[in-house]
Ligand binder design. Structure first.
Ligand SMILES: C[S@@+](CC[C@H](N)C(=O)[O-])C[C@H]1O[C@@H](n2cnc3c(N)ncnc32)[C@H](O)[C@@H]1O
Length: 325
């Protein structure tokens, strides 16, 4: 019987470990003595899209996919639950970079057949998997959330308050300015050109090397709390891939060389690609095993060793994608 139940990656002196097809809380509870220096993560945003993993049971007994809760505060509490488990494997001098986007209250269901106009509509027509991901049919009515139609929900700050209440120290609100703003048909408000990145620490004193990162060549504007990076278009089956350019400063400032970077919502492991490139180690977890295919492509220059069960999953995914072409 094979013992190893993860994908092992080696590049130079560094390693990566991937656990896919498992809920973040469950995977984190297995880590025992592992201590990460830094967490860099972009979780599912509230009501943005479906990622299609198995529905999970939460502490309040709700069963469902993270990000599809009917209440934003319930989503915020579930986020605090995940990051409580992550804090247990984070060193006491470790930090968390958390990337979040906001949501407007809308009267529409996310039924793709009703979204045939605009940039998103065009993409939905062309790309079946994008249409499936965008189709969240159970959007709550604004009145059930206690808000008015059109209201901006304030989700990132609700999450920040929930994590503060759970013991994290909030150290920064950073604005990720995106020149490629979110598409929208709304003409009575400004277009959304940013996402929010929070920096949290476990303790009052922690490892953070802003000046060292500058000396290593980061532009001086990364000293401030507004960073400009285009998001770019995701390719493949994952529709919310982070650009590696924004991950670089987070890792350089938040994790020493040779340290461990953790992403409990790994997706295609963009964080892992940058971690290994910068001489750090990586642990990536994701509920949806199907993103392993894009993840393997990211690590094509590295020694990528899936355990037997992951090898079978990868073979299956590859033959499905050949059949689709
Ligand atoms: C915004 S995406 C992450 C994208 C990633 N940063 C990248 O650049 O590829 C969020 C990810 O969280 C995963 N996810 C959702 N619920 C999860 C859970 N309970 N445990 C672990 N992963 C989960 C989804 O499958 C999805 O890949």
């Amino acid at each position: 019987m094979e013992k190893r139940k993860f994908v092992e990656i080696h590049r130079g002196d560094n390693y990566g470990k991937l656990l896919y097809g498992i809920d973040a809380r469950k995977a984190l509870s297995r880590f025992g003595r592992t201590r990460a220096n830094c967490i860099v993560s972009s979780p599912p945003y509230w009501l943005h899209r479906k990622y299609g993993g198995e529905p999970q049971k939460w502490e309040d007994d709700w069963v469902g996919e993270l990000g599809l809760e009917t209440q934003p505060d319930q989503y915020a509490r579930h986020m605090a639950e995940v990051f409580r488990s992550a804090r247990k494997v984070l060193r006491t001098d470790g930090v968390l970079w958390l990337v979040l986007g906001d949501t407007y209250m809308s009267n529409e269901t996310n039924d793709p057949t009703r979204m045939r106009t605009g940039i998103q509509g065009k993409r939905i027509e062309k790309d079946k998997s994008y249409a499936d991901a965008a189709a969240i049919h159970i959007r709550p009515a604004p009145k059930d959330v206690g808000l008015r139609f059109k209201a901006l929900t304030g989700v990132p700050w609700r999450v920040a308050f929930a994590l503060q209440k759970d013991g994290w120290i909030l150290r920064n609100e950073m604005i990720w300015h995106r020149p490629d703003h979110m598409p929208s048909r709304a003409r009575d408000r400004l277009l959304t050109g940013h996402e929010t990145v929070f920096l949290f620490s476990r303790s009052r004193h922690y490892w953070f090397d802003r000046e060292g990162a500058m000396a290593a060549g980061l532009p001086t504007e990364r000293r401030r709390d507004v960073w400009t990076f285009p998001r770019g278009r995701s390719r493949g089956r994952h529709h919310a891939v982070m650009p590696t350019s924004i991950i670089e400063p987070m890792i350089r400032m938040g994790c020493p060389e040779g340290g461990v970077v953790l992403d409990p919502f790994a997706g295609t492991s963009a964080v892992g690609e940058m971690a290994l490139k910068l001489g750090r180690n990586y642990i990536g977890i994701d509920l949806n095993e199907t993103y392993l295919l894009e993840t393997e492509e990211r690590f094509s220059g590295s020694d990528f060793q899936p355990s037997e069960s992951y090898r079978r999953t990868l073979d299956k995914l590859k033959s499905e994608s050949i059949r689709r072409k």
